[in-house]
Design a binder for this molecule. Structure first.
Ligand code: FMN
Length: 153
């Protein structure tokens, strides 16, 4: 079986999304033979999308929108991605104060243009960082890793 590769691309201003992204990678690590990159959105680029078999995005909701850092990633990669027509599977988690739906909807609309295909409904985590949220992110990482390994996505 060919080892699968996942890139986790996130933006975080005050650290919550970063902690959740690290939990995602802890979940990926539970699946043998899967490698990953954990990247700040402003350091990620088109080569990371080419490298991977699947993507997990993480963003806070800021002012009803996805974070500026992740928007910058999409602004830089949207046109370069057109020639590749990736059609790769992606997962999404949103860290929000009390909503998160705006960020999720906007990201879902943007990635249709790459195109990327959703693995599951967005995981929206509201309020202060809780152990349960970290566990949900570990589960997300493990599920994506296992699904890629098994050829489900
Ligand atoms: C400028 C700003 C705008 C925000 N706007 C929203 C919002 O529209 N909806 C929401 O649910 N939370 C909002 N929040 C709360 C953040 O999404 C939440 O605190 C998140 O966990 C921060 O993630 P981070 O620590 O990774 O930056 C906002 C926070 C900031 C700083």
């Amino acid at each position: 079986m060919v080892a699968k590769r996942i890139v986790v691309i996130y933006h975080s201003q005050s650290g919550t999304t970063r902690a959740l992204a690290e939990a995602v990678t802890a979940g990926i690590a539970l699946e043998p033979g899967v490698s990953w990159r954990l990247l700040r959105a402003m350091e990620a680029g088109i080569e990371d999308l080419r490298w991977c078999d699947g993507i997990i995005f993480g963003t806070p909701e800021n002012l009803g929108y996805l974070s500026g850092g992740l928007k910058d990633f999409f602004d830089r990669t949207y046109y370069p991605a057109q020639r590749y027509q990736f059609n790769k599977p992606y997962g999404l988690f949103v860290s929000a104060g009390n909503d998160g739906s705006g960020a999720a909807a906007q990201l879902q609309r943007i990635v249709k243009g790459y195109p990327l295909k959703a693995i599951a409904e967005p995981l929206i985590l509201k309020g202060e960082l809780q152990p349960g949220a970290l566990q949900q992110c570990r589960d997300l990482g493990q599920a994506v890793a296992a699904g890629l390994t098994l050829g489900i996505f």
